[in-house]
Structures are given as C-alpha cells and as structure tokens.
Write a protein that binds this ligand. Structure first.
Ligand code: OAD
Length: 246
C-alpha cells in the first residue's frame, strides 16, 4: 500500500490543523498593568515631546536625555506584571496557532507566556550598538548610561525604533497578517504607520475583532468592535473563541 501523505512532526502537524490568529497589540493592552499609553489624556506624549526623546535627532542633540527617558520606562517595566489580557492570549495557544505582533516595547506578552511575539518598535530591555546594529544585548538592569559600550567600543543606545527610522519587521508582520484566519487589534490608536496599515493585509472574509474602550469606527468588512478595557474584553473573546462560539 502506498502512503500519499508526508508525515510531519506531531507539533508541526497540529499547528497546520489549527486556525491562525494574528493579534496586533498596542500600549492599551499594558495600561492595566500600570504602563502609561502614549496618546490618552495622561499619556506619555502629553509630558514629553517625541522629537526630544524618541528620534535620531534627539539622540544626536542630547543622548543623556534620551537615555534617561528610556531608563525611566525600563525601571518601571521591572516593577509591573502582565495582566488578564496578556494571560488570556496565552490560553488561546491551546487551540489556535497564535502570532502576536506588538507595537509595545515592554516584555509583558513574553512574561505572560506567549510563544510567538514579534516586536515592531523594538524592546526596552535590550540595547544595541550605535556602530553595528546587529550587536544587540539583553539588559539585566534598568540603567543604560553614557560610556556603556558594545564589544566594538561604541556607545550603546536603546533598542527602540525611533520616529523617522525604518521598521525592520514590518514586511514579516505583513506576511503574518496575510495568513491570518482571525485578526485581533487590541489597545492601539492606529495612528502610527506603518503598523496601523497592517489591517489592510488581512485576507477578505477574515473576521476581525477590535478591543479598545475608545475604538474609532473602522469601515472594514467582518469587523466587530468591543469598546471595553483589554482586561475585560480580551478574556471574554478568548473564552468564546475557545468554545468556538464566535
Ligand atoms: P496610543 O497611546 O496611541 O494608543 C493607546 C490606545 O489604547 C488608545 O486607543 C486607547 O483608547 C487604548 N486604551 C487605553 N487603555 C486601554 C485599556 N485598558 N484596554 C484597551 N485599550 C486601552 O498607543 P499605540 O497605539 O500603541 O511608538 O501607539 C503606537 C506607537 O506610538 C507606539 O508603539 C509608540 C508611540 O509613539 C514609538 O515609540 C516608536
């Protein structure tokens, strides 16, 4: 007898059978952990000017100020924990092939236990060389200082995509979104491109869920909006997805 199927490893086989859920998350998913968003009334960009702390020009002009801005963010990150929304997304992995694409620079998805997390805007707990961008280092402490050098002897900078810089992972993210069977958008104002444009790569007919207490009305087919906080809305949607109710 001839076997016409090529056998895959059991995990690979399960992943092929599972539906793929792709999630685009933003600062709102971490708000209930105590991390400030950027554009809400108490958001970071109300207290800091982007061009003074989050741009290549700012780094040229006043690197100490830039380092201090990210040091404060990093210090806080060591003090906060994942919330119910991060944790619920991990549960989805029991039945779905889950890919998170996050604009967040925190590591709360990873600490909750999500397996597949792609960071679009960099990672707060990493630093990289100003001479060779392939040299990226994990930071075990919250402070990054002038005089902290890479192995080639040049200053380390925060591993963050600043305004005006390219987003290296955007092509990968678009490919992931195009393969989604279900697409979720959680806690983002969808004001910053190219990330905000990812929704346009979703294949036609794919259900889309938006969870954000201030979600704007988006005109896409098959889109359901949940105007709730992530800590409430995400566990609810996850519960229904696990029961195949939506
Ligand atoms: P924003 O601050 O622009 O938007 C945060 C969104 O989260 C808003 O739509 C809020 O309504 C929503 N929100 C607030 N609390 C929430 C909660 N408890 N649950 C769910 N949603 C909640 O943040 P982003 O859209 O993530 O980039 O910002 C995108 C990028 O702009 C960031 O990655 C950052 C920023 O400048 C860089 O620094 C490069």
């Amino acid at each position: 007898m001839l076997f016409l199927f090529k056998f895959t490893s059991s995990q690979e086989g399960i992943n092929i059978l599972m539906k793929k859920i792709v999630i685009l998350s933003g600062a709102g998913i971490s708000a209930e952990s105590g991390v400030k968003t950027f554009r809400d009334h108490d958001g970071l960009w109300n207290n800091y000017r982007i061009e003074e702390v989050a741009s290549p020009e700012a780094w040229e002009r006043d690197p100490e100020m830039v380092l201090e801005f990210y040091n404060q963010r990093r210090k806080q990150l060591f003090e906060v924990e994942p919330n119910a929304a991060h944790l619920a997304l991990v549960e989805l992995e029991s039945k779905y092939n889950v890919q998170i694409i996050t604009q967040n620079v925190d590591d709360l998805h990873e600490r909750a236990g999500s397996q597949n997390v792609l960071h679009l805007h960099g990672e707060l707990k990493k630093a990289r060389s100003t001479k060779d961008e392939s040299l990226v280092y994990e930071l075990k402490q919250w402070q990054l200082k002038m005089g902290d050098l890479c192995e080639k002897g040049s200053q380390l900078r925060p591993h963050i995509v600043w305004f005006g810089e390219a987003v290296p992972n955007i092509g990968l993210a678009a490919d992931m979104v195009a393969k989604a069977d279900i697409f979720m958008v959680i806690g983002t104002s969808l004001l910053v491109y190219p990330a905000a444009g990812l929704i346009n790569y979703v294949a036609s007919g794919v259900p889309k869920y938006v969870i954000d207490p201030n979600a704007k009305d988006l005109n896409y087919p098959n889109l359901s909006t949940f105007k709730t906080k992530a800590g409430v809305g995400v566990p609810e949607i996850v519960k229904n997805l696990l029961k195949n109710k939506i």
